[in-house]
Design a protein around this ligand. Sequence first.
Ligand code: 5AD
Ligand code: FES
Length: 348
Amino acid sequence: MDRINRLIDKLEKEQILSVKEFIEIIENHTSENDKYLFERARTVRERIYGKAVYMRGLIEFTNYCKNNCLYCGIRRDAVNAERYRLSKEQILECCKEGHRLGFRTFVLQGGEDNHYSDEMICDIVSSIKELFPDCAVTLSIGEKARESYERYFAAGADRYLLRHETADNEHYHMIHPKELSPENRKRCLSDLKEIGFQTGCGFMVGSPFQTAEHLAEDIIYIYELQPHMVGIGPFIPHHDTPFRNEKAGTLEMTLLMLGLVRLIVPHVLLPATTALGTIDPRGREKGILAGANVVMPNLSPKDVRKKYLLYDNKICTGDEAAECIACLGRRISSVGYELVTDRGDFKK
Ligand code: 5AD
Ligand code: FES
C-alpha cells in the first residue's frame, strides 16, 4: 500500500495527523487514494447515520450586509445587488410550505443586517418553534455578541452556522476587510458551542491565496473545535467582487476535504453544498459519496432566489422547493442513499 493510503489508515484510527502529514495528503493524492479515502469515509458515516441524507430548508431572508468580505456577492460594496428583506410573515409562510413538503429543519440565513434587531430575531425564532414544535431552527446570521447568541438560544434556536472561512489568521486577513478579525470569528464559534447550540463552522476550498498548509490548518481547527456541522464548498468567483477574476476551487479538492472531515469528526453533519452542485453537474452526488450526509434545498420565495447570489451561476434559483426535493431525492437514490425528512440531529 502506498504512503498516502497508510496515512489515511492512520487518520481513521487516530482521527488526527500532523500539519505536515495533512499537507502530504493534500499535495500528493491521486484518484486511487481518493477512492480509498471516500470508501473509509462512507463506512464511518454509514456506521453512524446509515444511508440517510437529511434535508434542511434554507430561507435566505435578507441579502443586506454591513460587511465587505472580498469574495462575497452580497458584500456592502456590491452596488448592483438588488437588496431585499423578508418580513416575519413571509418567513413563516416559507416554513409553512416547507413543513408541508416534509422539512423538519429551517435554516434562517442572511447577510449581517442590523435591520433585524435581537428582539425581531427572537420573535421570529419563537414563532417558528410555536407553530412547528417538531422542527429545529438553525440561525446563520453572522458574528454577534455573546449576549445576542444567548438570547437566540433562549428563544428556542437549536443550531447556528458560522463558517470560520479559513483557520489561518494571515489568510483570513487576505480575504476579508480590515475591520473583520479571525479572533472574533473564532470567539463567536466557541461562544456558540459553550451556550449549547449544535454549532457549524466551515470554509471555502480554493479561495484566493489558499495553500495546502491553510487547508491542513482548517482540518486541525475543526478537530479542535469538534463542531456538530461543517459547511464546505468550493470558492466560486462573483462578477461584482474584487475576486471576480480569480479561479474557482476544484471538485477534487472539495471532495478530498469532505472525506477528511468525515474521518476526523465522524459524527459530523456535513452538507453536499449548492456551490459543489454549481461547479459540477453531479457535484452533490459526488459529495454524498465522499462522506456528506446533508442537503440544503432553498425554501426562499421564488422571486428573491436570484437576488441571493454569493457567487455566479448558482443552481436551483429558478426551481420551486418541491421540484428541488424531487430532484434531490432522485439524485440521492441514484447513488444508493435515501433522502429523509426527520430533524436529523447530531448523533453522539
Ligand atoms: N463562493 C463560494 N462560497 C461563498 N461564500 C460566500 N461567498 C462565496 C463565493 N464567492 C460562502 C461563505 C459563507 C457562506 C454563507 O457562503 O463561506 O460563509
Ligand atoms: Fe434544485 Fe435539482 S436540486 S433543481
